[in-house]
Design a protein around this ligand. Structure first.
Ligand SMILES: *Cc1c(COP(=O)(O)O)cnc(C)c1O
Length: 407
């Protein structure tokens, strides 16, 4: 384990060292991949003591409930978010599902923002109601609407900030003030991980991420994390992650994320700088009607975003809508041509990769959401979502210029 006092160092130092240090077996500096399902005991007594948690320190017994590579990844993520503990999962949805099943039972009520990740939307619309859990959908940007939706059986208020795909920012501190101490505020911060924002410090009780996106950052592994108070994380781990969901990450994926996280601070800065340059370019483009990016001064939530997000960083995700008539084409038809003519961005869902990714929410990520719900959340047929990668910003702008010219 690292000897550095993580409370005294900058995030750039913390993210390189937290959770890791020379491995106890041979002093390996890179955390080894403990690719094992089980762990041996010298004696029956030792096994019994380890199972009964009577042995001090970290003592894994079976890799579904604990693995040293995964534990290093969890400790790094707890430090990254400034939380007491972390539990890692095999995917972001594993994290979402484990939180839901840990804190909700039949008869309970949960409030969701009206626009969330497609998979989470499915859980809210189908899985939770099937379990007898009451679900309300409100615009969490509207604090009065959130207040009005609270009932005596409300257990969780759940949202993403910025959200998918409109980049709407929700005021975490204001929501926690409304929730009080009995209702957990759960934030999916996948779209803007630290160092862009630290939502626990803003008042969230639990933060979760799909680390498939920025945190791993290389587009080659799925995973999720949940960070919060030790008591909450223990409950999620014991009752859900290791039992009904049974969804730990593989040791190999934990190793990949540990490797990816070493560069999280510099990657996020570059993603944010690139996104700002492209948002400013798109805002001036004559074929573009609206650009949704909280970093733009013209964005109605710019002031709130500047309070919640740190060091002039606003994330690497942008959505934009073309004008209703582009060279005689509808915004949808023109959007299709634009995407097909781009040479650098890959037409693909997901986000947070080194490669720029571009997609059409109405026919891809949000195809499973009903047209009425899509429109209520502002997701028009002409909306385009862009995950700005780590390429050169001017190269990306040049590529957009030639693709707009080719429509
Ligand atoms: C991708 C994503 C998820 C789900 O994560 P997986 O790793 O794909 O299971 C949840 N929330 C948000 C905001 C996401 O972007």
């Amino acid at each position: 384990m690292s000897k550095i006092d993580l409370k005294k160092v900058d995030f750039e130092t913390l993210i390189v060292h937290a959770g890791q240090g020379a491995d106890p077996a041979y002093g390996a500096l890179a955390t080894p991949i403990y690719q094992t399902s089980t762990f041996c005991f010298e004696t029956v007594e030792e096994g019994a003591d380890k199972f009964a948690n009577k042995v001090p320190g970290y003592h894994p017994v079976y890799s579904r409930s604990g693995n040293p590579t995964t534990r290093a990844f969890e400790l790094k993520c707890a430090a990254m978010e400034g939380g007491e503990d972390c539990v890692a999962t095999a995917s972001g949805m594993g994290a979402v599902g484990s939180v839901m099943l840990a804190f909700l039972k039949q008869g309970d009520h949960i409030i969701f923002d009206n626009s969330v990740y497609g998979g989470t939307d499915y859980v809210a619309s189908h899985d939770l109601p099937d379990l007898g859990i009451e679900v309300s959908r409100v615009d969490t940007g509207d604090l009065e609407a959130v207040k009005a939706a609270i009932k005596p059986n409300t257990k969780i208020i759940y949202f993403e900030t910025p959200n998918n795909p409109m980049m709407k920012v929700t005021d975490v501190a204001a929501i926690k003030a409304i929730a009080g101490s009995d209702i957990r505020v759960v934030v999916d911060a996948t779209f803007a991980p630290p160092p862009v924002q630290h939502v626990l410090a803003l008042g969230a009780d639990i933060v979760l991420h799909s680390i498939t996106k920025y945190i791993n950052g290389h587009g080659d592994a799925l995973g999720g994390i949940v960070v919060g108070k030790a008591e909450d994380i223990t409950r999620i781990r014991k009752h859900c992650m290791t039992k009904i969901n049974g969804c730990p990450p593989s040791p190999f994926n934990s190793y990949l994320v540990l490797r990816g996280m070493k560069t999280l601070a510099i990657r996020m800065k570059k993603h944010c700088d690139n996104a700002m340059a492209i948002a400013e370019y798109l805002e001036k483009n004559p074929y573009v009607k609206t650009v949704y990016y909280p970093g733009l001064k013209s964005n109605p939530q710019h002031e709130l975003a500047s309070r919640q997000m740190e060091n002039g960083m606003y994330g690497g995700m942008i959505s934009f809508e073309l004008k209703d008539d582009v060279k005689g084409l509808s915004s949808f038809e023109a959007g299709k041509k634009l995407l097909n003519h781009l040479t650098i961005p890959a037409i693909a869902v997901s986000l947070g990769d080194p490669d720029t990714l571009i997609e059409h929410p109405a026919s891809m990520t949000h195809a499973g959401v009903s047209p009425e719900e899509r429109l209520a959340a502002g997701i028009t047929d002409g909306l385009i979502r862009l995950s700005v990668g780590l390429e050169n910003a001017q190269d990306l702008i040049n590529d957009f210029e030639q693709a707009f010219a080719a429509i």
